[in-house]
Design a protein around this ligand. Structure first.
Ligand code: ZN
Length: 259
């Protein structure tokens, strides 16, 4: 696939926005999941490792960039991000567009979780801070919890807000039951306000233990939630020393690793 990005204004993505961190997934997935990039060694000509492709590929990429620049010179500024897929069997087609950079570059201090190869959950730092404030430290502290409000971005999930424990929730030393209708109401409001992009993306709660692990009750609750949606859901349990991270998808709960 050849890609061309026209940059130069603050409202649209630059190359960095398309792949904000080296270790992170790019904004657009290129290769289909079964495919891999083949790097070969060409010891004979001393070039070391290289990716073999026919010359038509580089000519195609140059032509794409050339057309892009010509359009710009003629005052045509639509589709700042363009791509051409030459091998449809191995790579996806990505529609030309002018992606905005808003909310794409993760704020400093964000937590990134990987739950399947190249599938990430991005959690904004203020969400982690807000949840950590409820970690039970004292004998009288009770479990806390809430839901995640975020959006699905391709294969990834971005969590931008949480709800806090509400009055009608059941909070005990070893139990949190999210029974207050306010959580769902918050999700509905976020959905309407965001132009139907921000939605319920999972839930969190605390455990009175150092290194928390989901209880059988947790797993049962989560399975019920997963059964109601075709999208993955994020589950976090906060403990004293560490947190447990997971993603539920298609009847399974996967544990997720911070990266
Ligand atoms: Zn629990």
């Amino acid at each position: 696939m050849a890609k061309s990005v026209l940059t130069g204004d603050l409202d649209h993505v630059c190359l960095k926005c398309l792949k904000p961190r080296l270790a992170q997934a790019p904004r657009h997935k290129t290769l289909k999941s079964a495919e891999d990039i083949i790097v070969e060694r060409n010891a004979a000509c001393g070039a070391g490792a290289y990716v073999p492709f026919p010359v038509s590929r580089s000519v195609g990429a140059a032509a794409l960039a050339c057309d892009h620049v010509l359009d710009w010179a003629n005052g045509v500024n639509n589709d700042r991000f363009r791509s051409r897929t030459v091998d449809n069997a191995k790579a996806y087609n990505i529609a030309d567009s002018s992606p905005s950079d808003r909310l794409t570059v993760p704020p400093a201090g964000s937590l990134t979780l990987e739950w399947q190869p190249q599938r990430y959950v991005l959690i904004h730092p203020h969400c982690m801070q807000a949840m950590s404030a409820y970690t039970q430290r004292q004998e009288r502290d009770r479990e806390a919890g809430g839901i995640f409000l975020g959006s699905y971005r391709g294969a990834h999930i971005e969590i931008r807000a949480i709800t806090h424990p509400l009055r009608q929730d059941r909070r005990e030393r070893h139990l949190f039951d999210r029974s207050d209708p306010g959580h769902q109401a918050a999700a509905k409001t976020a959905w309407a306000k965001s132009g139907e992009t921000t939605t319920f993306t999972g839930e969190w709660h605390t455990h009175p233990e150092n290194n928390p692990f989901p209880s059988s009750r947790d797993l049962q609750t989560w399975k019920g939630l997963i059964a109601n949606t075709t999208d993955p859901l994020v589950f976090i349990i906060l403990g004293w020393s560490s947190n447990w991270y997971g993603v539920g998808y298609r009847r399974r709960v996967y544990s997720a690793k911070p990266i």
